[in-house]
Design a protein around this ligand. Structure first.
Ligand SMILES: NC(=O)c1ccc[n+]([C@@H]2O[C@H](COP(=O)([O-])OP(=O)(O)OC[C@H]3O[C@@H](n4cnc5c(N)ncnc54)[C@H](OP(=O)(O)O)[C@@H]3O)[C@@H](O)[C@H]2O)c1
Length: 326
């Protein structure tokens, strides 16, 4: 039997947990997935592991502590993975992500609903994000959590990736808004989440070119609009249920397929990017669903600017070099 090892960041919740479920559901006599849930909160990780083992009692499910917003934690996690799985890694899902939500943006909601109601629900305009958040490592918090922590992890694990392996980022449609080269970590602005996901789209192709030399591919998937714990930081009673109701209405009545709504449907793009025979880093693998919720994957060109992507890869490499030389 062949065993394929999949490391999933943020594997304890939402889309990450759904990716783990999907992989384990594919286990057969010939092929078995071993999943490593890389989580910042070990108690939550243990609950997720228990859930997976309840559904798949014979599965191999491990936990690794990883906080992508901390260089030291990424280094420890990478070392632990290298030590435990020297047979190699087949799949690395760069999925953990967060938005530093401050509150609902009432002005943004009114403006969005009046001027572009459907696009508004596809975006994160309803949410006001905190400005100026910097980690103990001195980086923009959302940038380090969503992008750099993973970039460093990929760097540290590249040599352990098996030929034919894949790195899959969980991207987002939210992008480019207010991204600037000067403040690429988006510390000063209030669209740090969008900027971080924009960076993911920009760096995927050059990373793919780099990893291809080792027979590994790097791809981006887009889960659509999903109701997970993502809005948990927003302390508005019943808001999540309101969002859920609106999402179902939009998908069923208007047939807009990007409203995937549940995590298992949202994870199909990530799993397709990881497992499909062909791989094309110039496209983004979008999770979609029919009006009645049947999942499918659609591929659209990955929007990518060569100069910006070279600039960003240069910056990210500089940060890695700086850390490696300390
Ligand atoms: N929900 C959506 O509509 C949507 C749309 C597009 C893209 N996405 C992306 O999908 C990915 C998964 O999000 P989700 O919707 O599944 O939300 P979720 O249920 O909140 O899952 C996010 C996961 O990331 C983990 N995480 C957050 N910060 C971390 C850090 N510093 N270090 C390690 N892990 C960290 C969380 O850990 P804790 O459980 O400890 O918080 C959790 O496991 C994210 O990258 C998100 O940007 C989501």
């Amino acid at each position: 039997m062949s065993i394929r090892l999949a490391v999933i960041t943020g594997g304890n919740s939402g889309i990450g947990l759904a990716i783990a479920r999907r992989l384990l559901s594919l286990n057969s006599d010939e092929l078995q997935f071993r999943v490593v849930l890389a989580c910042r909160n070990q108690a939550k990780g243990a609950v997720a592991r228990h859930q997976l083992l309840s559904a798949y009692p014979d599965a191999l499910v491990d936990l690794v502590e990883l906080d992508t917003s901390s260089v030291a934690s990424v280094e420890r996690a990478a070392a632990a993975v290298l030590l435990s799985y020297n047979g190699g890694i087949d799949l690395l899902f760069c999925n953990a992500g967060a938005m530093a939500i401050e509150a609902l943006d009432i002005g943004g909601i009114v403006n969005g609903l009046l001027s572009h109601p459907i696009a508004f629900f596809e975006s994160s305009e309803a949410l006001r994000q905190q400005r100026g958040l910097v980690t103990a490592d001195g980086m923009g918090e959302t940038f380090q959590t969503n992008v750099f922590g993973h970039y460093l992890l990929i760097n540290r694990l590249t040599l352990a990736m098996r030929e034919g392996g894949r790195v899959v980022w969980t991207g987002s449609a939210a992008s480019q808004l207010q991204f600037t080269h000067e403040d690429y970590q988006h510390i000063k602005g209030d669209k740090a989440y969008e900027s971080s996901k924009y960076i993911v789209d920009q760096i995927a192709i050059p990373l793919d070119q780099r990893l291809k030399e080792r027979g590994v591919r790097c791809l981006v998937a887009e889960p659509g609009n999903v109701c997970t714990n993502f809005l948990a930081g927003l302390d508005v009673p019943l808001f999540q249920y309101l969002v859920l109701g609106v999402f179902y209405f939009i998908r069923f009545v208007l047939g807009i397929a990007r409203f995937t709504i549940n995590a298992d449907t949202a994870a199909v793009g990530c799993c397709f990017a990881a497992l499909a025979e062909g791989a094309d880093s110039r496209v983004k693998y979008h999770s979609h669903a029919t009006r009645t919720g049947k999942p499918f994957v659609a591929q659209y060109p990955l929007s990518h600017n060569k100069d910006t992507s070279a600039f960003l890869v240069g910056k990210l490499d500089e940060l890695v070099e700086q850390i490696s030389s300390e």
